[in-house]
Design a protein around this ligand. Structure first.
Ligand SMILES: [Zn+2]
Length: 102
């Protein structure tokens, strides 16, 4: 399973896969699923999840400024509110797509 294409379309992120599946995922769901350490939390050796301060989202938080492919396995998404540390692996995006497909 490979990601063939992704692009923001209105309020959705369109994902196209090489098995002819297409997903339209609300950008809000993509942002809320941000896998970076400050959004998703980092698990320490004791199994505690440390999270940064709860993010206050604005309209700009759900708009994509820039998509940066990382190797052949992931995409880094830069949001208009300045957040851009989330590295979305294709596998992770596929999971988001299957859970949130419209
Ligand atoms: Zn994040």
């Amino acid at each position: 399973m490979r990601l063939v294409d992704l692009q923001p379309v209105g309020v959705d992120l369109a994902l196209k896969w090489d098995d002819d599946v297409e997903h339209f995922v609300p950008l809000k769901a993509v942002r809320r699923a941000c896998p970076c350490a400050s959004c998703a939390g980092e698990t320490d050796v004791m199994g505690n999840v440390a999270k940064g301060p709860k993010a206050a989202f604005t309209e700009a938080s759900f708009q994509i400024k820039h998509l940066q492919p990382v190797g052949s396995y992931a995409v880094q998404i830069f949001w208009k509110d300045g957040h851009g540390t989330g590295l979305y692996s294709h596998e992770y995006l596929r999971g988001i797509g299957e859970r949130n497909n419209q």
